[in-house]
Design a protein around this ligand. Structure first.
Ligand SMILES: [Zn+2]
Length: 391
């Protein structure tokens, strides 16, 4: 059952009628992803199966939804949600928006790869085209300026609107032909040519002229296995991405009350002043702690201090100073009645370990330490804690 691949010769075909040659229930749960229940083989199809880095077309076959299309053992299997009658004629309709965007991105990718190959001699060694965007891996490093140059040339070629053609050279022609992704075999090789700019073996559907790519945007790049991975988008996908970025810039611009093209400088300035404020805040906290420590009075008996906002260091510094200013126990608490308190308690006269056990048992606390100092948390109200000390 060899299905005729209609997309090979007409990439713009989005609506066709075909005969159902077989419809088989999918055997295991693995194949039943996203609601697919049957595998359908047709006599001919315009649905491009997943392959060569590109995800499959989706759409409808008669009353069934085409969820995925896979090529298995030379057969093109449409994974659908509903059973179709074997022998019947069904109308196939592609999700054209999705397919056309893939064609824009795929032709754009060939164009970029062709330019990189000609100008820098690097090969395309990896390609991914999915709903999450397009990535292309090159065998050599391209810096920012070089990527801008490639993007500029690519968009010039989009404007030139040159033809994109598909051909099947004879084995003799194939042998002599210089094209990217050169295959070992010479029979049935499908060559996609962007006139004057690129020649590459590829089985995917492409737009018919570069103008239909719409535009090429290289978004970012990163080091990748000794070369570079480029994130790119073309046509409508690039335009959607541009809209999202504009919305972000607009929001930042409104929040900071600066023109849209000055947002980065404004954020840099904002981060600098935030860092200055943090430094100043830390300095004030240190001063406040010093004042709190110097305000501690020499006390006969216990010294009990409550504070709502002491960090671990401040809690310890205050407890260390307090222990020296009292003859009994110095206890420092930080927190509030609702959430409980962190504490450090010490004494130069009372062994804290035994004392702490009684304290934790009575006030629902947790913690421990040495005979000189204990620390922990307690879930009790300030008045109950003070009452404990008053006894
Ligand atoms: Zn390709």
């Amino acid at each position: 059952m060899q299905t005729q691949k209609l997309y090979d010769t007409d990439s713009y075909l989005r609506d066709f009628t075909a005969k159902v040659l077989s419809c088989t229930p999918l055997p295991d749960a693995d194949n039943r992803r996203d609601g697919a229940k049957f595998g359908v083989i047709l006599n001919e199809t315009a649905f491009f199966p997943e392959g060569g880095g590109q995800t499959a077309d989706t759409g409808n076959l008669g009353s069934a939804v085409v969820i995925d299309v896979q090529e298995k053992d030379g057969e093109i299997v449409h994974l659908v949600d509903t059973e179709l009658e074997v022998g019947s004629l069904v109308r196939g309709v592609l999700n054209w928006q999705e397919r056309f965007r893939k064609m824009q991105n795929h032709t754009g990718e060939h164009l970029v790869s062709g330019i990189v190959h000609t100008q820098f001699g690097y090969d395309n060694v990896g390609f991914h085209l999915g709903t999450d965007g397009v990535t292309v891996d090159f065998s050599g490093v391209l810096n920012e300026a070089e990527l801008r140059f490639v993007e500029y040339i690519a968009n010039r070629v989009v404007g030139l609107n040159v033809p994109v053609t598909v051909s099947y050279p004879t084995p003799e022609e194939c042998e002599k032909l210089d094209y990217r992704s050169k295959l070992d075999l010479t029979e049935g090789v499908r060559i996609v040519t962007i006139e004057g700019w690129d020649c590459c073996a590829c089985c995917a559907p492409h737009v018919s002229r570069t103008g239909a790519v719409g535009g090429v945007k290289l978004l970012s790049s990163e080091s990748w296995k000794g070369g570079v991975r480029v994130h790119m988008l073309c046509g409508l996908d690039a335009f959607d991405d541009y809209r999202k970025r504009t919305e972000q810039t607009k929001r930042i611009s409104n929040l900071l009350s600066v023109p849209q093209l000055e947002t980065a400088d404004a954020v840099e300035h904002l981060l600098k002043s935030l860092s200055d404020e943090k430094e100043e805040s830390a300095r004030l906290r240190r001063t406040l702690l010093e004042l709190k420590i110097s305000a501690l009075k020499q006390t006969d008996g216990d010294l009990v201090i409550f504070d709502n906002d002491l960090d671990a260091n401040a809690l310890r510094s205050l407890a260390n100073a307090g222990v020296k200013r009292c003859s009994g126990v110095c206890a420092v608490f930080s927190g509030c009645d609702g959430e409980g308190y962190r504490y450090i308690i010490g004494s130069e006269s009372t062994p804290m370990r035994g004392w702490g056990k009684a304290f934790n048992t009575e006030l629902n606390g947790k913690g421990g330490g040495s005979d000189a100092m204990i620390q922990g948390t307690v879930q009790a109200a300030e008045k109950d804690i003070r009452a404990f000390f008053a006894r």
